[in-house]
Ligand binder design. Structure first.
Ligand code: GTP
Ligand code: MG
Length: 370
């Protein structure tokens, strides 16, 4: 990454170009005035003349191009809430999402890659809500690990016949850690052994106290299977998101998070992203980790090709060079050269880290042997 031409080095150190070339030749390196030497070699050359060579701090390419300017209040526009459905295994998260989508998504049926997208856009009273189904989603863990505030609201699904279980508690802790408000969906109320009161009691031990008991947690009894209570739940989500006043600036280059990614035989790298800021468009240059490329196509959660995606909206991106990592941020940059430069910079850094790890490892091994 850090190299300098012999001409430049000669000027900086005040050593004749010929002397440098001779010195290098004496070390078996044949070069010319335009050859580049790396930092180590430059240090060696300097040492011969008692000059200490110090690497100048460079402003790294990431901070130049990927630093997001804070938005002004007048640039902010309302955006749909991102709602993540969490809860214990088999408590009915996916069934609940199915019920929500069937009652609200118009007949344009899912096809192609839609089935694999874990994020869904639902329309209600001309307003959008974005849902994320968590089961088995590494995505969510990775995002949390980075402290990314991708979710605005957590729907905690608790089966009324089963009550609070280990993953229910885990979900509460994740939501608390991320400082995200929880709406409780008490599910399976159609079951004869359902006990919604017990769920309320158990959850209040974890600080989720229902409004009728003087707390501030919204509980909605539902039956995902019988599609009961679904509209009430959606109303509560909209009510809560009104209070949150969710906004973003749609009029700038997009950035967001990769929530799913895979390699498709026909389409190549397919990355499902959630736009958090700005508007993502076909033709944009995207970088995520070391993967980059021009957006060839955008596909929404219903399998339709779209030209753009505004804040909160999940879309699949085609055209990236590699499959990006789930949980990584993505950014639109002005041109492909910059994207490649950032990618190269990151690849170098990764190599350096791996190299350091190997060195550290051998040192530790040595140390342990002694
Ligand atoms: P994981 O993704 O594995 O964590 O499970 P999940 O929470 O998504 O549960 P899922 O929606 O797959 O439902 C599990 C089982 O519960 C299925 O057999 C559903 O039919 C059933 N189920 C879900 N909701 C209800 C409900 O409201 N009433 C009844 N009686 N059964 C339900
Ligand atoms: Mg599920």
């Amino acid at each position: 990454p850090s190299s300098i031409s012999i001409k430049e080095l000669s000027e900086l150190l005040g050593i004749k170009v010929n002397d440098i070339l001779k010195f290098l030749l004496s070390h078996g390196i044949s070069s010319n005035i335009n050859s580049n030497v790396d930092f180590e070699t430059a240090t060696m050359i300097g040492a011969k003349y008692n000059i200490e060579v110090i690497l100048e701090e460079q402003q790294d390419i990431e901070s130049i191009y990927l630093t997001e300017e804070p938005d002004r209040e007048d640039q902010m526009e309302p955006r749909p809430p991102i709602v993540t459905v969490m809860g214990h295994v088999d408590h009915g998260k996916t069934t609940l999402l199915d019920a929500i989508r069937k009652t609200n998504v118009t007949s344009s049926e899912a096809g192609g890659i839609t089935q694999h997208i874990g994020a869904y856009t639902v329309e209600l009273n001309n307003r959008k809500i974005v849902f994320i189904d968590t089961p088995g989603h590494e995505a969510f863990t990775a995002m949390r690990a980075r402290g990314a505030q991708i979710t605005d609201i957590v729907i905690l699904v608790v089966a009324a016949d089963d009550g609070v279980m280990p993953q229910t508690i885990e979900a509460i802790n994740h939501a608390k850690a991320a400082n995200v408000p929880i709406i409780v969906a008490v599910n399976k109320i159609d079951k004869p052994n359902a006990n919604a009161e017990r769920v309320k009691q158990e959850l209040s031990e974890y600080g989720l106290i229902p409004e009728e008991w003087g707390g501030d947690t919204i509980f909605v009894p539902v039956s995902a299977l019988r599609k009961q209570g679904i509209n009430e739940l959606l109303e509560m989500i909209l009510l809560l998101s009104d209070l949150l006043e969710l906004k973003a600036n749609p009029n700038k280059r997009a950035s967001g998070v990769v929530i799913e990614s895979r390699l498709d035989k026909g389409m190549g790298s397919v990355a499902t992203v959630l736009v958090q800021s700005g508007t993502l468009k076909v033709g944009d240059i995207v970088i995520s980790g070391t993967s980059f490329g021009r957006v060839r196509a955008l596909i929404d959660d219903k399998g339709r090709r779209v030209k753009k995606a505004t804040p909160s909206i999940p879309v699949s991106v085609l055209g990236l060079s590699e499959v990006p990592n789930v949980g990584d941020k993505f950014y639109v940059v002005p041109d492909e050269k910059i994207a490649k430069a950032i990618s190269d910079y990151r690849k170098d850094r990764l190599r350096q880290q791996q190299y350091n790890n190997i060195n550290k490892l051998s040192f530790d091994q040595l140390f342990n042997q002694i």
